[in-house]
Design a protein. Structure first.
Length: 434
């Protein structure tokens, strides 16, 4: 099977991180004998990391890599756009890159390029993670991911395989942990705001936050897991043909949709213990406006999760999509169910405001003065948040509806000689002996 190894970024990448990405792909190619190409998605107009990538690549001559920035993405999207119907074109325009942070569209971009390049598997690492070592040996997560994805476990196909983070949890929860790391009561309140069932709180805290920092001893593979791999340490098999991410700007966690669908529809998700080392970059807190936008994005997530959790529990929990024909046949039904749930969701503004108020109360108890200040500012955003969430869900439903057409147009686009030439000019390295 063919795979791509995707690194999305909108910031300079440290050289140590770059070496780890090349090294992991090099291992997949030379030791595992896998067909794997490294792709850097630079979410800027500039070529911020290109020179460093070129320099590091000289240390790994067997690794073929592609460098794509926003302008390259727009160019490829323009080719795809021409093959779409007018209704699909309107939706497709919503996933074009812009100047804003958009977590969902970053994954949609990776999905499009995977389809364009004929990949069966996507492996993703975030640009702020490092590969852990034990006794001088790198603990590559890709070993588990490429060996398991697409295979069968008790007659169920493995569609997702990934692990967690060591170091910093994906959410910036440090200011909510009290008593020198012993008191997670505020974090639990945050999970309630995020519509995470209480029976899962201990699992998340113990397995995804605390246990991921336990020293690695041996591989532990949890098949058919209910634990969520981090999007910065994950591999997925073919699901990108069916489940695009929400495409609105700023909303945190919008790139986890396909994992939610997989868990709630009984697809096989595998959780491994090869955690990557994660550390939030300094620029996240370099300006007050960035801190504000982070918590505003989380407020948007909390509002949208009322809808998505309701949809998952009502329509997905009793389904079993563990077959591509079943998934394909159910996508239209899924969008119709989402429309019904959205109509109900729009009548629940009072319930939504209660959740938003509960979140503000959590922030007001933070040990960070900036976070407490932001909490009072966010109270004025409720009406805008509710309108924005409604628009986001409406757009997401349309994107899922037209995603099959977009995928087919992408496959057709890949066959064009001018597109092939454009892509080939952005592929470097791969000096593999015949």
């Amino acid at each position: 099977m063919k795979s791509i190894y995707a690194i999305p970024t909108h910031r300079p990448i440290d050289e140590n991180n770059l070496r780890d990405y090349f090294s992991e792909v090099d291992y997949a190619i030379q030791i595992m004998k896998k067909d794997c190409m490294l792709i850097f998605f630079e979410d800027t107009e500039e070529h911020v990391n290109e020179a460093n990538i070129l320099r590091i690549s000289s240390m790994f001559p067997k690794v073929k890599y592609m460098y794509i920035n926003r302008n390259d993405t727009r160019k490829i999207y323009d080719f795809i756009y021409m093959s779409l119907s007018s209704k699909a074109q309107t939706v497709f325009k919503e996933i074009y890159p812009n100047a804003n942070v958009n977590y969902g569209n970053i994954f949609n971009r990776i999905f499009i390029f995977a389809i364009l390049l004929g990949a069966d598997i996507i492996v993703r690492r975030d640009s702020d993670v490092l590969i852990e070592e034990k006794d001088g040996i790198k603990l590559y997560p890709i070993i588990n991911e490429l060996n398991l994805l697409g295979t069968k476990d008790n007659l169920k196909t493995i569609y997702i395989c990934g692990g967690g983070y060591k170091g910093t949890y994906d959410l910036d929860i440090d200011s909510l942990i009290r008593d020198n790391g012993k008191d997670y009561s505020l974090v639990r309140k945050l999970f309630v705001c995020m519509s995470i069932p209480e029976e899962h709180h201990d699992d998340i805290i113990n397995e995804e936050i605390l246990n991921n920092n336990i020293p690695f001893e041996k591989d532990i593979i949890d098949y058919d897991s209910k634990s969520y791999p981090e999007c910065g340490n994950i591999g997925l098999y073919k699901l990108f043909h069916y489940f695009p991410s929400p495409c609105q700007d700023f909303i945190l966690g919008s790139d986890y949709f396909f994992i939610d669908v997989a868990v709630h529809s009984n697809l096989d998700v595998v959780y491994h213990n090869r955690a990557v080392i994660h550390k939030h970059t300094r620029d996240r807190k370099s300006e007050f406006s960035k801190v504000y936008n982070y918590w505003r994005g989380l407020l948007m997530l909390i509002d949208s999760q009322i809808f998505y959790r309701g949809f998952y529990e009502k329509y997905l929990d009793n389904n079993d999509y563990n077959d591509f024909a079943v998934i394909d046949n159910n996508v239209l039904r899924m969008t119709n169910d989402m429309k019904r749930e959205l109509a109900l969701f729009k009548t629940k503004n009072s319930e939504r405001i209660v959740k938003l108020n509960n979140f503000i109360e959590v922030l007001q108890e933070s040990n960070d003065a900036d976070v407490r200040k932001i909490s009072s500012m966010l109270e004025k955003e409720y009406d805008n948040i509710i309108k924005y969430t409604n628009q986001s869900i409406e757009l997401h439903i349309k994107l899922i509806k037209y995603w099959n057409e977009i995928c087919k147009a992408t496959i057709y686009t890949a066959s064009r000689d001018d597109v092939k030439e454009y892509l080939e000019n952005r592929i470097f390295g791969g000096d593999i002996d015949e």
